[in-house]
Design a binder for this molecule. Structure first.
Ligand SMILES: NC(=O)C1=CN([C@@H]2O[C@H](COP(=O)(O)OP(=O)(O)OC[C@H]3O[C@@H](n4cnc5c(N)ncnc54)[C@H](OP(=O)(O)O)[C@@H]3O)[C@@H](O)[C@H]2O)C=CC1
Ligand SMILES: O=C(O)[C@H](O)CS(=O)(=O)O
Length: 489
């Protein structure tokens, strides 16, 4: 396989108004490979001035883009979709090199990322309005939908492609233009998408990528009255700050933030299915997803059987290593801070009485590799109960009754994803309705897809991405009141 850097999609430049540019200051970001710490490449480190220029370009491109027909926008998104699939392996290799996830998983993310292009290409042609019966014969009431305008987006490192397309595809389908700041640890996946946007015929200025100084770029976005919508995926603390700053110009805002997902196993669950779902929901991206299970809550009568089955599955199914190595399904964590956080959560739990059943330490490969870890006898006093680990740590907490399970599951500031296994129909409805989360996986550990509304409540964010609801985030509703006058002569 050719070196990642030899790919025509490997673009060490920002992308503004259809031009590939460096930073005004000449500054660059060193982007390393999490598997070995080697510098993969350097990306321009842009600041506020360049971001303002990108916003101007997006503003200039807006009339032309919003005046394309929905079919024309849909066709361009479909071309972009086809190009992503055509270049799936190149895009996956770039992602594995900068983010670390196993290349098969990276290819899966490219397919997932592309699915948002297809989904919103289809939705673009179904942006409907209403006519509403007026209270008198002179008037006609009409409701239309129009694009909000220029969008500012900031995206995370853990899904470097799909977190961009989940926003950009919806924005462009609605007729908006967009300026995107990718995570500094994974900017090459973003500029690779820009290279394909060009080939797909996305007009200059419609899709812009500004890697660089997060605070400065974000400030340029929220200080601008031209930017009418800010959309963010990342930590709750950053999301909260963006929401406050978006108030300056009453910008619409969407936030996909942190999580603390419970995974409940009731006594009537299919334990083998629950273990399969546990592996899927806990260890995807080495546990570095906001919808990963953070707490396994297991009814006492089945906790030993579940824990033994989960330990056996982790032992036999999980292989740690470089994401380019065949058979590896647990890559390195993104950086040293991530390793330190997992280590801290494990030590805190065992110091407070948790029992270590598997792993518990950095992997023998060293660096950012971490052994998948299982602990039992976890309690609410432990950090892992209230903080998002964002790594390969499975913590098992016992409960006795359904009521106790609900109390434990909802005892968190977060409300993004949740999961539970039960075959009792009455319990399925009671628990699904009682869980205070935006998303509930029932007898499954994998819930993410473009046709469903992804998002959370409480400290996990605002708004939904994907599904028909994801398009509404980029539309304004306009009410037309038409007076036909009298019909006397
Ligand atoms: N709900 C969801 O889908 C997701 C939620 N998350 C949550 O985010 C956390 C980990 O992800 P992580 O990427 O580290 O989160 P961060 O919030 O640190 O980073 C996310 C993005 O925000 C940028 N950023 C950092 N500081 C600021 C700032 N002060 N103003 C504006 N933008 C800023 C980053 O830029 P730079 O890289 O240059 O620092 C990056 O592009 C976890 O809590 C996780 O749960 C993460 C991914 C998805
Ligand atoms: O950032 C994330 O964690 C993603 O939203 C998770 S998913 O959409 O791939 O499930």
């Amino acid at each position: 396989m050719q070196s990642v850097k030899e790919s025509a999609l490997f673009r060490p430049f920002a992308y503004i108004d259809g031009n590939w540019v460096a930073a005004d200051s000449g500054e660059q970001i060193d982007v390393d490979n999490p598997a070995n710490g080697e510098i993969l490449g350097r990306m321009p480190r842009l600041g506020g001035a360049e971001t303002e220029r990108a916003i101007e370009a997006a503003e200039a491109a807006l009339p032309g883009w919003r005046n394309h027909t929905a079919l024309e926008r849909a066709d361009i998104l479909m071309k972009w979709y086809e190009l992503m699939l055509e270049h799936k392996d190149e895009l996956a290799a770039i992602m594995t090199a900068e983010q670390g996830k196993p290349v098969k998983e990276a290819a899966g993310e490219i397919v997932y990322a592309a699915s948002f292009m297809r989904w919103f290409a289809e939705e673009a042609r179904r942006i409907y309005g209403d006519t509403i019966p007026a209270a008198n014969t002179r008037q006609r009431i009409v409701v239309t939908k129009q694009p909000v305008g220029v969008v500012g987006a900031i995206t995370p490192w853990n899904f470097p492609s799909s977190m961009i397309t989940r926003k950009a595809a919806a924005a462009l389908a609605a007729g908006c233009t967009i300026v995107i700041k990718p995570a500094s640890q994974t900017p090459f996946s973003a500029t690779a998408l820009a290279a394909l946007a060009e080939q797909a015929g996305v007009p200059r200025g419609v899709f812009n990528v500004v890697p660089g100084k997060a605070s400065e770029i974000a400030k340029a976005m929220t200080d601008s009255s031209v930017v009418r919508k800010v959309t963010f995926t990342g930590s709750t603390e950053v999301g909260s700050s963006l929401m406050a700053n978006a108030a300056q110009h009453i910008q619409k805002i969407s936030l996909e933030l942190g999580g603390n997902a419970p995974f409940l196993v009731f006594e009537d669950a299919d334990l083998d299915a629950a273990v399969e779902g546990a592996i899927a929901s806990k260890f995807r991206n080495a546990g570095q997803t906001c919808v990963c299970t953070n707490r396994f809550l297991v009814q006492s009568s089945v906790i030993n059987a579940f824990s033994e089955k989960l330990a056996a599955a982790m032992n036999s199914e999980l292989k740690v290593g470089d994401g380019f190595e065949d058979g590896v399904n647990i890559g390195p964590l993104i950086d040293g801070d991530a390793v330190a956080k997992v280590t801290d959560h494990i030590k805190d739990a065992t110091d407070k009485g948790a029992q270590l059943l598997l792993g518990g330490h950095e992997h023998s490969l060293g660096g950012r590799f971490f052994s998948p870890t299982l602990i039992s006898h976890a309690t609410p006093e432990m950090k892992v109960a209230s903080e998002e680990t964002f790594g390969p740590l499975a913590a098992v907490f016992p409960f006795e009754t359904e009521e106790e399970a609900m109390r434990l599951a909802n005892d968190t500031q977060f409300g993004l994803a949740s999961y539970f296994y039960s075959k009792d129909l009455g319990r399925v409805w009671r628990v699904a309705e009682a869980l205070e989360y935006g998303m509930v996986g029932i007898n499954t550990g994998l819930i993410s897809n473009a046709s469903a509304p992804f998002g959370g409540v409480k400290a996990s964010g605002l708004g939904r991405e994907g599904s028909k609801y994801g398009l509404d985030e980029y539309l304004e509703t306009k009410y037309l009141c038409i007076d036909l006058g009298t019909n006397e002569g």
